[in-house]
Design a protein around this ligand. Structure first.
Ligand code: 5AD
Ligand code: FES
Length: 346
């Protein structure tokens, strides 16, 4: 066991079987060794800087039926909404005044928006805030669409792969979705030149340690610039409502593994992690994360963007979260910075 941990710490790659062994046999003392190493690596690469991304959840309409997700098309209880361009720009304005220099436009896969609409949104934000990065997170699109958004000024794209095992993928998604297309999208995004993010849920239904080791293998192969991982949290109106939540501890362990394997990667301590553990963001940073993605959506719609139950900060104004996060980050000796926080090799 310790020789696997030592290999990791000495920056030697470990085999998939060794990763599975580690996943099965880790304990708090191993977690601590890895978190300390990951924190040291984060510190060597980014100092005490924490990057923030303002998340704007601009539509919760979705044409997909992902079994885990509260805004999937079959959930008749979801109250659907779309923000207007004006409202979106208002979120950016507020975010900019708080020091955000990076915005994430996230939504369900909503065909209401044409490519021209998305291009126009991206272009309008970049026009007003030319020192900010714009990230899209709107799902699977064609190469041509991704290229059009990129040419309109989009800098980054988040598309979690969700699981790198095709059989597991089928257990989480309806027949009309495939891991093959999802991976294709990720490679297309990289090829076009986006800073690209993949990721997966920890403890999603039917997930095995083998699956997680597979996710890590896929991440090594894709070499993303960003990785989003958070625990699965059940949503009452989905067919997975009776499944138990993922583990915050395992999520923290995986954050450390990812930081150690990919020292420069942009790695958020996610809202899902902070939903399961009130100290999730602090613990996430201390385990190697260097990004936070607070919500900038208007409070009036926040509860409606309900991917999972009990999501935090849904009744807090953006200004409250802004202060809260700054204090939390300060309490562990780090500092939120007013920068885009682009991926770089050095
Ligand atoms: N629990 C945790 N994360 C979820 N996501 C969707 N539904 C859930 C859930 N029930 C994650 C998916 C998606 C991202 C936007 O949110 O990984 O890619
Ligand atoms: Fe929203 Fe603390 S981050 S209240």
């Amino acid at each position: 066991m310790l020789n696997i941990v030592n290999k990791l710490i000495e920056n030697k790659s470990i085999e998939k079987d060794e990763m599975i062994y580690l996943l099965k046999n880790r304990d708090i003392s191993i977690d601590k060794i890895l978190a300390d190493k990951a924190s040291e690596i984060r510190n060597n690469n980014f100092g005490n800087k924490i990057y923030i991304r303002g998340l704007i959840e601009f539509t919760n309409y979705c044409k997909n039926g992902c079994y885990y997700c509260g805004i999937n098309k079959s959930n008749k209880n979801a109250q659907r909404y779309r923000l207007t361009k004006q409202e979106i720009l208002e979120c950016c304005k507020q975010g900019y005044s708080f020091g955000f220099r990076s915005f994430v436009l996230q939504g369900g896969e909503d065909n209401f928006y044409s490519d021209r609409d998305i291009e126009d949104l991206v272009y309008s934000i970049k026009e007003k805030y030319d020192d900010c990065a714009v990230t899209l997170s709107i799902g699977e699109k064609s190469y041509e669409s991704y290229l059009a958004y990129f040419n309109a000024g989009a800098d980054r794209y988040l598309l979690r792969h969700e699981t790198a095992d095709p059989n597991h993928y089928k257990m989480l998604h309806p027949k009309d979705m495939s891991l093959e297309n999802r991976k294709k999208c990720l490679y297309n995004l990289k090829e076009i030149g986006y800073q690209t993010g993949c990721g997966f849920m920890v403890g999603s239904p039917y997930q095995s340690f083998e699956n997680i080791a597979e996710d890590i293998e896929f991440i090594k192969e894709l070499k993303p610039h960003m990785i989003g991982i958070g625990p699965f949290i059940s949503h009452k109106d989905t067919i997975f409502s009776e499944f138990k939540n993922g583990s915050a501890e395992l999520t923290l362990f995986l954050l450390s593994i990812l930081r150690i394997m990919m020292p420069r990667v942009l790695l958020p301590a996610t809202t899902a992690l902070a939903t399961l553990d009130p100290m999730g963001r602090e613990k996430g940073i201390l385990a190697g994360a260097n990004v936070l993605m607070p919500n900038l959506s208007p409070v009036s719609v926040r509860k409606k963007y309900s991917l999972y139950d009990n999501k935090i900060c849904t009744s807090d104004e953006a200004a409250e979260c802004n202060m809260c996060l700054r204090n939390r980050v300060k309490s562990i000796g780090c500092e939120i910075v007013e920068q885009r926080g682009d991926y770089s090799e050095e």
